[in-house]
Design a protein around this ligand. Structure first.
Ligand SMILES: [Zn+2]
Length: 216
């Protein structure tokens, strides 16, 4: 029993570092179950990150190797921690990039329309996912031009979005107000494709609001 305890004591640091073979491991565990003294030693060891080296161990020939193993284990843990942090940083930065990187949505003749909602002209998107736009309007003519965007993140997550939306009960907005009623006569893309034109009433509304007011 005495000799065995010493053997176990030699093995315990390796046991704590989890570098023992299956057989040695079982040997240690069997012994720990029956030996209160070794159990205590183990409990003292596993509670600490760096272990004080006993005089016997210091004289032990295998000590430098054990020290190296322990150092390697620590170094591995540190490396793992750094890798995990790096992965988190990369994910975070990619997320930031993807959610701010804009991608143009081309107008195909059907995917965007203009509708009056709550007395405002709104751009309605008939594609999937969310969208944004940048627009310029001429208050003298009521002619507006527009360009549509989505984000890289929206584009990437588009295939799984229906599932996400139902899971988190998210509603994608499918329209965005552009201007008030009577402020627009025509909406084209930046390249000149006509998306919408005001009818007679719409033109009259524009003239009443912008031309007749300004001259009269
Ligand atoms: Zn023992």
């Amino acid at each position: 029993m005495k000799i065995k305890c010493e053997v176990i004591n030699d093995l315990l640091p390796l046991y704590v570092d989890d570098v023992l073979s299956k057989e040695s491991r079982e040997l240690v565990e069997e012994h720990i179950c029956e030996c209160e003294s070794c159990k205590k030693t183990l409990e003292n060891m596993s509670g600490k990150v760096s272990l004080p080296v006993s005089p016997e161990l210091r004289m032990d020939d295998t000590k430098p190797i054990k020290g190296l193993k322990k150092f390697m284990t620590k170094w591995k843990r540190l490396t793992a921690a750094v890798i995990v942090l790096a992965v988190i940083a990369v994910l975070f930065l990619s997320g930031m990039y993807a959610s701010t990187k804009l991608i143009k949505i081309p107008y195909d003749g059907h995917n965007f329309t203009v509708e009056l909602r709550d007395d405002r002209y709104c751009i309605v998107y008939h594609g999937s996912g969310s969208f944004g736009y940048s627009a310029d309007g001429n208050t003298n003519t009521g002619e507006w031009n527009v360009e549509f965007y989505t984000t890289l993140l929206d584009k990437i997550t588009d295939p799984v979005k229906p599932a996400l939306r139902s899971l988190f009960n998210i509603k994608d907005y499918d329209y965005i107000p552009l201007c008030d009623r009577g402020d627009m006569t025509r909406l084209t893309t930046r390249s000149g494709k006509v998306i919408w034109e005001a009818d007679e009433d719409g033109i009259k509304e524009f003239e009443d609001k912008h031309i007749n007011n300004a001259t009269g």
